[in-house]
Design a protein around this ligand. Structure first.
Ligand code: ZN
Ligand code: ZN
Length: 405
């Protein structure tokens, strides 16, 4: 029996609600997507609730469910460790990790949460690495104003609140402990944040920015604390040698956390300007070397958050165009989103997401004629599945399903 390979394509925030711009159609329904429509026509479709019906997830938990780590809260380490892994940094069991924004503060008030969208914060890494009261602080730059902060030492706890108030024109919050064990970590951390502020105020890179009339990156805002712990790797858990193709740190972090090989793609930015052709080309080659290719595209979610339905539709059309390079692959193709990001609410929602499975060979097919919410809802033979069902169905359709005795 032939064991097939699989490619799972996650279009972040793909699902949507009826848009007035398209007279009640969603961006996916309104988009011209001849390739995905072909796959839907020749494949098996349905709707997928990433967690459970009506529940609204962040991308992280949704990916854990879809990638077969259910229930996600048994495995999910929090956003901080995933972002840190996404930067390529090594982290150790027991490390407490935050995601960090470099920000601009003036007279104690945040005036820009992204420090004027500073392009690169690597210049601060060395000066912000230090030891305080037995805790080692390692700050690792991510893309633009983003970074990760790693705390290493004995008896640390990640039961900590965020310092990021998430809105400008406010004072940064103090990190607070949520349990007695976290008291010491919170205390030292607040001291570190103050120390960092002093260093950044006088940092040569910031003096240079001020001279150029740019906002100085003189403060760090922390959120998403988590403790790093190892989990069973994807290959061991499912017997699939896996790789990950993503532009955004978080998704590379998810791939690394689960032990997938991270494939580098030039031009993959995780933004609206990402090189879709380069990503699909890498994916197409990867299906020859790996049993399982996880390909992530972020742009759909970004347009949803902006409430830009036309932009989302156009981006989906570009995806469809770039995806054609996969037309000759023999791998099972699975296309879905990690949640809905309706343009009308500019945020994630609990609406389920269309999903399609397409494979050559003896796979069952249904009467879905196009890829879109209403088609998959009405004609999809899979009806409504959950995130946790995706990997078992992939194993089944690639003839790798385990027999339950
Ligand atoms: Zn998402
Ligand atoms: Zn989002």
């Amino acid at each position: 029996m032939l064991m097939k390979r699989a490619i799972l394509i996650i279009l972040d925030g793909l699902g949507d609600r009826p848009c007035k711009e398209f007279f009640g159609e969603t961006p996916l329904e309104a988009a011209s997507t001849p390739f995905m429509n072909y796959l839907a026509r020749e494949g098996l479709c349905g709707m997928m609730s990433p967690l459970s019906l009506g529940w609204t997830p962040e991308s992280g938990p949704a990916h854990f469910e879809i990638l077969g780590y259910h229930p996600y809260y048994n495995f999910y380490p929090g956003r901080g460790p995933l972002e840190a892994l996404g930067t390529g940094e090594k982290i150790k069991e027991g490390d407490v990790v935050f995601r960090v924004n470099f920000a601009t503060i003036s007279k104690g008030v945040i005036i820009d949460r992204r420090a004027g969208r500073i392009k690169d914060v690597r210049c601060f890494e060395k000066d912000l690495r230090m030891e305080m009261d037995g805790i080692e602080f390692i700050l690792k730059a991510g893309t633009e104003h983003r970074a990760a902060l790693i705390l290493r030492g004995e008896n640390l706890s990640s039961q900590l609140t965020d310092s990021d108030p998430r809105k400008p024109n406010r004072k940064p919050k103090k990190v607070r402990s949520l349990s007695p064990e976290a008291k010491r970590t919170a205390k030292v951390l607040n001291k570190y944040i103050e120390r960092v502020h002093k260093i950044l105020e006088n940092h040569r890179a910031n003096r240079e920015r001020k001279r150029k009339h740019l906002l100085p990156a003189n403060f760090i805002l922390l959120r998403g604390a988590g403790t790093y712990k190892k989990v069973e790797e994807f290959e061991r858990r499912y017997g699939l040698k896996a790789c990950c193709i993503a532009g955004t740190g978080l998704y590379k972090g998810v791939g690394r956390f689960l032990g997938m090989k991270i494939l580098k793609v030039r031009g993959a930015t995780g933004g609206k300007n990402t090189d879709l052709h380069a990503k699909f080309k890498t994916a197409s080659k990867a299906t020859k070397r790996f049993d399982f290719v996880f390909l992530h595209i972020k742009g759909t979610d970004l347009y949803g958050h902006d409430g830009d339905a036309v932009g989302k539709m156009n981006f989906i059309q570009n995806i469809d165009n770039a995806m054609r390079i996969l037309s000759k692959t023999k791998a099972l193709m699975v296309i879905t989103g990690d949640h809905s990001t309706p343009c009308s609410i500019k945020d994630h929602s609990g609406d389920d997401v269309p999903i399609l499975f397409y494979g050559t060979g003896d796979m069952r097919r249904d009467d879905t004629l196009a890829f879109g919410e209403k088609y998959c809802e009405t004609f999809g033979a899979l009806e409504r599945i959950e995130g946790k069902d995706v990997i078992p169905e992939i194993l089944n359709l690639t003839n790798r399903g385990k027999i339950i005795e």
